[in-house]
Design a binder for this molecule. Sequence first.
Ligand code: PLP
Length: 224
Amino acid sequence: MSEIACNLSRIRASLPEGVTLVAVSKTHPAEAIREAYDAGQRIFGESRPQELCAKHEALPEGIEWHMIGHLQTNKVRQIVPFVRMIQSVDSARLAETIQREAARCGRTIDILLEIHVAQEETKSGWDVGELKRYLDSAPFRSMPNIRVRGVMGIATNTDDEAVVRRDFGELKRCFDLLRPYFGVHFDTLSMGMSHDYLLAVECGSTMVRVGSSIFGERDYTNEK
Ligand SMILES: *Cc1c(COP(=O)(O)O)cnc(C)c1O
């Protein structure tokens, strides 16, 4: 078995039934994704539109691509024709742009609302109060090409488990708070990465985004 296949089977074995694994393949080459695909993985997450498009073209149609990184509105058009889910919807303007572009190509796009809970100011995402005020004006009723499936978030990057647990608890509370706005399709709480996904699952995660534990450390040295 390849190392990637080995990692995947170990991680799958550690996840309870009902938790979806997104293999985060950003910065890794198409061959690595192909290995994971051959080991049965179908859902992959990427953070950059251009990289996502190139990989979509090079790899099998059966892959479900998730956009998980910060998305600029002027890049939406590139990915909307094929992307399965956009997890990083962090503004009204972005949601409206996705609606418009999805309508143009006759698709409905699943999205997650990214909520800011980490202590780092640099991370993106809605402030939950601001999001709630936005939702009270029922904006998604006029966005028929968007299906809001849940919430995504990133915990503070720290070894202090109490802080990470508090962040995940906060995301779970947001998920429960927002659910009544959306109904039965609102079923996804995306939280947990390589170093904290087991804790995330304990706190109620239904979707984990795991990169380096599957593909190895990322090499950013070739980046501009
Ligand atoms: C890179 C990334 C991940 C995966 O991180 P690992 O620590 O490699 O598992 C998960 N979620 C988001 C939003 C990311 O950008």
